[in-house]
Ligand binder design. Structure first.
Ligand code: ATP
Length: 199
């Protein structure tokens, strides 16, 4: 699996629709300070479901929408789509090419799509579990992140290894099943109380 392209429109400094195409191997993005290099990585983080404005170097989520320049009015929405080559089917879907997109309006209304079909944030997160690509994954290493990992708590480092080992999805399923089990046990004890009162 590899990243084939990133399409941005109205996202941070990218007012016009712009498509970055990548090929197998290493691609470098170079440019003067403040020209938007880090905004490209932010776009990938954002489309993968990043919910923290701080992680995207802003203070509110609306900050990802192009805020205008001297010569250009602000835009009303931000849009990012990433396309991945999935011919090795590392992502558990039948498609050889997978496009994930996210759009947000100033009103706060937002939408996610996988291959053009509306979906929930949860679906995007689940698609990337255990691939290292999710927003918590290790495929985007931001400035200062290595230091954070090295000086972090052992439990936090463990999360990274769990993701690399591919067991995050099982841990999440286990947690969900335990939650359902606890709810059923509560229901059961309620039924027992009712039965006791009736007897
Ligand atoms: P450096 O080399 O200094 O790290 P960079 O090339 O990584 O810089 P970025 O940090 O990606 O640059 O981009 C910063 C630019 O993006 C700034 O000029 C900033 O004004 C612009 N920018 C960020 N958010 C928005 C927005 N919502 N609307 C318009 N421009 C924005």
């Amino acid at each position: 699996m590899f990243l084939k392209s990133i399409e941005v429109q109205g996202f941070k400094s990218f007012a016009n629709k712009m498509v970055f195409e990548f090929h197998k191997g290493i691609t470098g993005i170079v440019g003067p300070n403040g020209s938007g290099k880090s905004n490209v990585a932010d776009a990938v983080r954002w489309v993968l479901g990043e919910q923290s404005a701080k992680q995207l170097r802003g203070s509110r989520m609306e900050d990802v929408i192009f805020s205008g320049t001297e010569s250009r009015k602000p835009l009303g929405f931000a849009y990012v789509a990433i396309t991945l080559d999935n011919s090795d089917h590392q992502l558990a879907v039948e498609y050889d090419t997978v496009t994930v997109s996210r759009r947000v309006y100033r009103s706060g209304e937002s939408e996610y799509k996988i291959n053009g079909h509306n979906c929930r944030l949860k679906d995007v997160q689940e698609l990337f579990f255990d691939t290292g690509i999710g927003k918590e994954g290790y495929s985007i290493i931001g400035q200062g992140q290595i230091d954070k990992i090295l000086s972090g708590k052992p439990e936090e480092r463990r999360e990274l290894f769990d993701e690399a080992a591919g067991i995050v999805k099982y841990k999440r399923r286990k947690a969900l099943t335990e939650k359902n089990l606890a709810e059923e046990q509560q229901n059961l004890s309620r039924v027992r109380d009712i039965l006791y009162e009736l007897e």
